[in-house]
Write a protein that binds this ligand. Structure first.
Ligand code: GLC
Length: 441
């Protein structure tokens, strides 16, 4: 068995802000059969899941970070709640908050640089002192992107010199770029190699990871091709590192996302898909006051530019202004402007639009089960999991042809079970919705 430690800031069900949490939570369950014994480490947050668990302390440490003395404790989950070894690191004052990234005002926490640095330093300390425990360090997104550099060049981590580091890009748009004035909170390192930390005159967690890791992956093959050409001056970096890059498509946890056993549903799948879909759609429409005869379109996800949520508001109002027979449910939160736009749609088209401005796992399952279509007008999508959840629950994804959506959804016209459109703008989305309404008939 190869012993892999996944280093991440999210892991479902402990802490999740997006798809990375789902993947980090599920991958360890499935890599066992490939000869990999996976463990996970994330920061310990003041979130509900942590309060319900029992942990035992396995390591304590401290280090000087600029003016601050950081004390941390590594805790191991002491129960069968997860089928793999789960570690979390407690940092008084840094991660003991009830949100993973966002403050009350919906913006990222102001001390992100200190938080990410302290987490990575603590992981490095702990692993360096237990260097015989793990054969490979697998870092996820920029929050752990400095680890490949410090494992090679940090003075305090010399036992990690030969430990391979792997990096997975879940979203190349988030890069962890910091002003060089933050240098004094980094651990000491061999300054001959300082150039490896730099890109665009910043400490650049993402570029550093690409340069220093032993290998890296994107979460779909198409996304790797896209970013290699559309990333401005990072194109050069991708080109020079292409021999260590792979596009590996994400999967979903099919045991958890199982229409036959889903405990969030009133009606699970027995023999008939028709009964399953009809009953779940009825329940959903009843709960949210929607007409159950009309084709039901849903959207689940962050209300953000990446996800094309702005295009969606335009398309919905256009489609409904034409008196098209369709209903819409939106579940998600994000930019305040978009939240308001969806609330207004609900107000203007009562009984046709339901805007659920929140994140709720249970409601998400009932929407996948009860909808006819799931809309994903993402401008870009490194992989996307929602289209896979949808298909698993008999819901047809309507997607912009980008990234992982290309690799997972084939159009009905080509014998697949989705509807695809070529441009992420409201005209193409509207036409795709109208095509779906027609197809529904
Ligand atoms: C990020 C990406 C999404 C991907 C997920 C898991 O959230 O935006 O496309 O599916 O990570 O890798």
């Amino acid at each position: 068995m190869i012993r892999v430690l996944h280093i991440s800031t999210e892991c479902y069900p402990a802490a999740k802000a997006g798809g990375m949490g789902d993947v980090v939570g599920a991958l360890p369950l499935y890599s066992q059969s490939e000869g990999i014994e996976a463990s996970v480490v994330i920061p310990m947050y003041a979130l509900a899941w942590f309060k319900e668990q029992k942990f035992k302390a396995v390591y304590q440490g401290s280090f000087q970070m600029g003016m601050e003395n950081i004390q941390f404790e590594v805790l191991k989950l002491d129960s069968e709640a997860l089928a793999y070894a789960f570690f979390c690191i407690s940092f008084p004052g840094k991660f003991d908050r009830d949100s993973v990234y966002l403050a009350e005002d919906g913006e990222g926490f102001k001390d992100e640089v200190e938080r990410n640095t302290s987490f990575q330093r603590a992981v490095l300390h702990w692993v360096n002192n237990n260097a015989d425990q793990f054969d490979l360090l697998h870092c996820h997104d920029h929050q752990s992107g400095l680890i490949p550099f410090f494992a090679s060049h940090g003075y305090d981590f010399e036992y990690l010199r030969n430990t391979p580091t792997y990096y997975t890009i879940h979203n190349a748009a988030y890069r962890g770029m910091w002003d060089w004035r933050h240098k004094d909170i980094l651990p000491e390192f061999n300054e001959e190699h300082i150039g490896l930390l730099d890109w665009d005159h910043h400490i650049h967690s993402f570029a550093t990871a690409i340069k220093c890791c032993w290998g890296y992956s994107t979460v779909s093959p198409s996304y790797l091709k896209e970013i290699a050409h559309n990333s401005g001056n990072l194109n050069w970096l991708y080109d020079h590192t292409k021999d260590k890059a792979r596009g590996i498509l994400n999967g979903i946890d099919t045991a958890f996302w199982n229409p036959k056993k889903d405990s969030f549903l009133d009606q699970v799948l027995k023999r008939s898909w028709k009964v399953f879909k009809t009953k779940n759609k009825e329940a959903l429409c009843l709960r949210y006051g929607l007409d159950k005869q009309a084709p039901l379109f849903s959207f689940i996800g962050r209300l953000a530019y990446q996800k094309g949520a702005d295009i969606l508001t335009e398309a919905i109002s256009n489609v409904l202004a034409q008196n098209t027979n369709a209903t819409f449910i939106v579940l998600g939160s994000g930019s305040h402007e978009l939240e308001t736009a969806f609330r207004e749609l609900e107000y203007n088209f009562g009984g046709r639009v339901k805007a659920l401005i929140m994140y709720n796992e249970e409601v998400a399952h009932t929407i996948y089960a009860g909808s006819d279509y799931l809309l994903m007008p993402s401008r870009f999508e490194p992989c996307g999991l929602n289209q896979m959840f949808a298909m698993r629950y008999g819901t047809i994804p309507v997607v912009h042809s980008t990234g992982g959506l290309v690799d997972t959804v084939t159009d009905v016209a080509q014998g697949g079970c989705g509807i695809r459109f070529d441009e992420a703008d409201f005209v193409h989305l509207r036409d795709a919705i109208l095509r779906a309404v027609d197809f529904y008939k």
